[in-house]
Ligand binder design. Structure first.
Ligand code: AMP
Length: 193
């Protein structure tokens, strides 16, 4: 199995690049944001419980997303590997993920960290808010809160994986194809190594 984490702040292009990477490498895409949004649109009890936190741009509790990922791993026993997008977002989520993968005899091969400047992030998110259904992209205050959550809690996830030499940085500004090429180079280098 080849498992990777696509890491970066909100608006860094994780969703766009994930689509291209799963197509090229045959990975299963696991986006906790997408899973949570589908709980909300299905009006499930879990969806109702997380709706207001997400609307405010706050992280939902670790236990909820870890449980969702645990279930998704169990539901996909036959895949080539997983691409985690938007998860893990805290150090405890990273530790829980490492444990769940170890129980399945596998691990994270690489963490690809997309780097994008703050002004560009805000511009992209407001732009996405004009064309997508995502209510958390419309309001500048909510966007600021999401970036703040990233800086406060999520940036530490890179430090966690740096301890194991697994983090590779890629500049997330430029054309979609250029960024994709750079991500593929990093993946291919790990696959050969
Ligand atoms: P995303 O689509 O990854 O930008 O996530 C949208 C929102 O879903 C975030 O602002 C959080 O409220 C919630 N969320 C997604 N993934 C996680 C996670 N791993 N941990 C906590 N909250 C999450």
């Amino acid at each position: 199995m080849f498992n990777l984490i696509l890491f970066g702040p909100p608006g860094s292009g994780k969703g766009t690049q994930s689509e291209k990477l799963i197509a090229k490498y045959g990975l299963k895409h696991l986006s906790t944001g997408d899973l949570l949004r589908s709980e909300i649109s299905g009006q499930t009890p879990l969806g109702m419980a997380v709706k207001s936190l997400m609307a405010e741009g706050k992280l939902v509790p670790d236990e909820i997303v870890i449980e969702m990922i645990d279930t998704a791993l169990d539901n996909n026993p036959q895949v080539n590997g997983f691409l985690f997008d938007g998860f893990p977002r805290t150090t405890s989520q990273a530790e829980a993920l490492d444990k769940l993968l170890a129980q399945k005899g596998t691990s994270i091969a690489v963490v690809l960290a997309l780097q994008v400047g703050k002004e560009e992030l805000i511009k992209r998110l407001l732009n996405r808010g004009r064309t997508s259904e995502r209510s958390d992209d419309v309001n500048e205050e909510v966007i600021a809160s999401r970036i703040n959550e990233y800086e406060k809690k999520t940036a530490a996830v890179a430090d966690h994986y740096k301890k194991y030499g697994k983090v590779e940085y890629v500049k997330g500004e430029g054309s979609i194809d250029e960024i994709f090429e750079m991500l593929c180079e990093k993946i291919d280098a790990k696959k050969i190594a």
